[in-house]
Design a protein around this ligand. Structure first.
Ligand code: GLU
Length: 355
């Protein structure tokens, strides 16, 4: 329980160290990535091996975090995030869920590779029911590099996870002094420390400044719950990237794949998630096999407008609205854990409107 210095001074007649009583408890769940990477020399800022440094070393490298909160670490995984499958994703969500259910834990930080960091953050916002701050953090340079960005990112992530202001606002991504909402953030630069973008808030000198709320359902308001998801796989959903001069062969390959269980395809189309004329018959064929077609866009900004350019009502397609293809993939997979009839495009669309 938090107590104020004033209250202690009055009741005990002496001053006890503020830090002992006023700090929140934050657990850092380490999963690997560059923030735990190691390079051959200090000038190797981009050439290194991810997922090497154990969680205790990460915490000990930033002793200042103990002034912000009582910080402990858990090594959940030690992987590069491009290798995260449903198994690891579900394991991370279960570990975070287990921690936020503990009364003594006030906030959780997840250290993560930046490649799929936005996907894990969004998944946590959909499946973990809590109002405690959850902060996913990474770095673009390994700890061994000159001007490594991981230590300050970790410091700021702990500050955010420990902040009472951050309660009830969903899952955050913290990178490079910026606070992002899990649903909105995406990696937009693959080589610089300002790798992520969206506009949501800032973390300066250990203090969060939040400017926006999320308009969609998340965490406690989510109909999905990690506690109701069994096993270590999600329903299979795959992405096909759109371009000019497209052949239907990739979709045909997924038709074969569909026999192994794929229930939805995210079409990362050109422009407004457009579908080339010659592709439509293949998508219709996939739908007959029970595969949902969800239109998203390869364009990073804007959103896919339903029935604009493409007759979604006629074809019974779903639009992903402003979710990028990789986040649409996760939402579709979660929707399919609930929506038994994979042909129920209306129910799938309802979910895409709401999350
Ligand atoms: N590809 C690695 C990963 O996602 C390193 C990228 C990073 O963490 O920045 O874990």
């Amino acid at each position: 329980m938090k107590k104020t210095l004033t209250a202690l001074t009055l009741s005990l007649g002496l001053i006890l160290p503020f830090s002992t009583f006023a700090k929140n408890n934050v657990v850092v769940v380490a999963t690997g990535g560059t923030i735990a990477g190691a390079g051959a020399s200090s000038t190797n800022s981009a050439t290194y091996t991810a997922a090497k440094v154990p969680v205790d070393d990460l915490l000990n490298a930033v002793p200042q975090i103990q002034n912000l909160a009582n910080v402990t670490g858990v090594q959940a995984l030690q992987v590069a995030s491009e290798s995260i499958t449903d198994k690891e994703l579900l394991a991370i969500a279960r570990k975070v869920n287990e921690l936020v259910k503990k009364p003594e834990v006030n906030g959780v930080v997840i250290t993560h590779g930046t490649d799929t960091l936005e996907e894990t953050a969004y998944f946590l916002s959909l499946t973990v029911h809590t109002d405690k701050p959850i902060v996913v953090v990474g770095s673009m340079r390994p700890p061994s590099a000159l001007s490594a960005d991981g230590p300050l990112n970790l410091y700021s992530a702990v500050a955010l996870a420990a902040a009472d202001d951050a309660k009830g606002k969903g899952v955050f991504v913290l990178m490079n002094d910026d606070i992002f909402a899990a649903r909105d953030v995406t990696k937009t630069i693959n080589i610089h420390t300002n790798a992520f973008s969206s506009q949501w808030g800032s973390l300066v000198e250990g203090k969060p400044y939040l400017f926006r709320n999320v308009a969609k359902r998340f965490n406690n308001a989510s109909e999905f719950n990690i506690e109701n998801i069994k096993g270590d796989t999600l329903p299979l959903v795959q992405i096909v990237y759109g371009s000019g001069n497209m052949l239907p062969d990739a979709y045909t390959a997924y038709t074969a794949y569909a026999k192994a269980g794929a229930k939805a395809i995210i079409h990362a189309g050109t422009g407004n998630g457009s579908v080339a004329k010659n592709i439509v018959p293949t998508l219709t064929e996939l739908q007959k096999q029970g595969v949902q077609i969800i239109r998203s866009s390869r364009v990073p900004q804007g959103f896919v407008l339903r029935n604009a350019e493409q007759p979604d009502d006629k074809y019974n397609w779903v639009v992903a609205h402003d979710l990028n293809p990789q986040k649409a993939k996760l939402l579709a997979a979660l929707a399919l854990t609930k929506t038994k009839d994979a042909k129920d495009a209306k129910e799938m669309q309802r979910i895409f409107w709401e999350y």
